[in-house]
Write a protein that binds this ligand. Sequence first.
Ligand code: FAD
Length: 334
Amino acid sequence: MIQTDIIIIGAGPCGLFTVFEAGLLKLRCHLVDALPQPGGQLTEIYPKKPIYDIPGYPSILAGELVDKLMEQIAPFKPGFTLGERAEGIDQDDEGIFTLTTSRGTQIQAPVIVIAGGLGCFEPRKPPIENITRFEDKGVDYIIRDPEKYHDKSIVIAGGGDSALDWTLHLSEIAKEVLLIHRRREFRAAPDSVEKALQLAQKGKIQLVTEAQAVGLNGNGKLNEVVIKQKEKGSYNQRADYFIPLFGLSPKLGPMANWGLNINKNAIEIDTRDYSTNIPGIYAVGDINTYPGKLKLILCGFHEAAIMVQSAFKIVNPDKKLSFKYTTVNGVTGF
Ligand SMILES: Cc1cc2nc3c(=O)[nH]c(=O)nc-3n(C[C@H](O)[C@H](O)[C@H](O)COP(=O)(O)OP(=O)(O)OC[C@H]3O[C@@H](n4cnc5c(N)ncnc54)[C@H](O)[C@@H]3O)c2cc1C
């Protein structure tokens, strides 16, 4: 059993910065995230996009901001449980919470901070009847390690940036890549579409438009995708992997059943300390809602700074907290 002062659900920018603010008050933190890496939306959706409204940085790439936050919190040695979803909570008579994850990991603390952003990202799946049978047996919704596709036959489905970018990238690694899209036009950046068309002309990839994957065949492991094309009709395409890239849709998930006051998929809080209706549970960042809420990184940072002052009193009911600047006390001298 892992024991800590604060369990933080969500290792996005606001969860990460909570570690820093808590650390200044000598509160230990353990982060849980369903994704395999920290950074939340910044890592998962837009790592290479510049952000212009982080104070002190006229421009910083989202991925770089995550690296800087990780560096900033390193002195406080936070614990991480990644790739596991927070599923359930229990509270004992002394007010200590036990959080259980999707893989059965248990973490105990007197305070929980929910920094779950838009919720857990879940892939949008195409309506193919037996698709779940081939998940991790040839069907992947997220590309984690491109090397896995080395010398393999791949069918990618989708028409957005993700589908086009991976088609271009995997065309250099895989044995063959076929991109299928249900419309004639792609939504992706024109530059990527142009590159894909050129590769198709040279015979390096196949582009099949006005088509859909309608079935999957294989004995235990995928070996064919059934494609239905407007003019050609249905045919079977040999494939080791089928990768539908239709985007990720966030879901509040199990937290919706914890007895928290929820308003349009967000958790209602008291703006005096960002506490929820359950004493000991707080919510910061995109996941919370209150009049005037702005879903911005800098607002989540502010919320974390205010919130830890209140959390301190739960962890240390007998201690007095005196406010100090980092310029006076440094980072670990509080
Ligand atoms: C394209 C794009 C551009 C943007 N540009 C800007 C910008 O310029 N400036 C700006 O300030 N903001 C911008 N934003 C918004 C910004 O990304 C969010 O405000 C920010 O990510 C919120 O941080 P967070 O830590 O609250 O949540 P998130 O970044 O969403 O992280 C939440 C984390 O919680 C995890 N999680 C959720 N539920 C669970 C659970 N049950 N168990 C375990 N883990 C869970 C998720 O996996 C996720 O990693 C942009 C957003 C997008 C999509």
